[in-house]
Design a binder for this molecule. Structure first.
Ligand code: ADP
Ligand code: MG
Length: 234
């Protein structure tokens, strides 16, 4: 699904350049649930943003579902993003003046799905995250955990090949974090490929593989026996 070879990325600041990713190699197969770990500043978000086509690499190759991601114009990149990738962020990034259902329906609008079908799908995905009753509510009326579940429903509504989540539990307490991880595990159980950036070991243990980043390189890449979040959630 994902193949990264000898990936390098630097940020230029004036005359200086900060070499953030220094030769990353890894592949992710269909159906994996991968945690990307590392201390603050180790390049986790930079890597996820490149995988998510929100940023471009300097050197190396990136192949997504057999397609080389390189030198694409913004229109083409946006098409691929919409078709292949779903995003979840620490800060939810919901639109405040739109209801839960409208937020979930938004990516479908960009996919040119008709209005009626958008409404049906939005409710379907809200139901899958246990929030059908909250469809007409604004983000300000939802708890943090509920907001993140709406954000996950929004990401899934476009039926992406890969779900990318940057510290999805970073703004949540432990109990709510485990509820969100329970949902993420269920989405992965259904066959979806998911990558999560986290610096919380208990969250990483709920994935099936942990990739450790340090100083711009992968220092460890291990398959693990997944801890089920449901054992912490009633
Ligand atoms: P992490 O997500 O692991 O905390 P990041 O990928 O956000 O790390 O950042 C890695 C390094 O790159 C940090 O030193 C950060 O300050 C720097 N950095 C990130 N984004 C930018 C940017 N847009 N411009 C300049 N420096 C950046
Ligand atoms: Mg980050």
């Amino acid at each position: 699904m994902i193949e990264i070879k000898d990936l390098h990325k630097s940020y230029k600041m004036g005359n200086n350049s900060l070499h953030v990713l220094k030769g990353i190699n890894f592949t992710v197969d269909d159906g994996e649930l991968v945690a990307i770990m590392g201390s603050s500043g180790s390049g986790k978000s930079t890597l996820l943003n490149i995988l998510g086509m929100l940023d471009v690499l300097d050197e190396g190759t990136y192949t997504l579902d057999g397609v080389p991601i390189k030198d694409m114009n913004e229109t083409k990149a946006a098409q691929y993003r919409n078709k292949f990738l779903g995003f979840v962020f620490q800060s939810f990034n919901l639109i405040n003046y739109k209801t839960a259902a409208e937020n979930v329906a938004l990516p479908l609008y960009y996919q040119k799905v008709g209005r009626k079908e958008r409404e049906i799908k939005a409710l379907k995905y809200l139901e899958q995250v246990g929030l059908k009753e909250w469809a007409g509510h604004l983000p300000s009326e939802l708890s943090g955990g509920q907001k993140q579940r709406v954000a996950i429903a929004r990401a899934m509504a476009a039926e992406p090949k890969v779900l990318l989540a940057d510290e999805p539990t970073g703004a949540l307490d432990s109990k709510t974090s485990y509820e969100v991880m329970d949902l993420i595990q269920k989405i992965n159980d259904a066959g979806n490929t998911i990558l999560i950036v986290t610096h919380e070991p208990d969250i990483a243990k709920m994935c099936k593989r942990i990739v450790h980043l340090k100083d711009g390189v992968i220092i460890e890449d291990e398959k693990i026996n997944q801890v089920r979040a449901s054992s912490y959630v009633q």
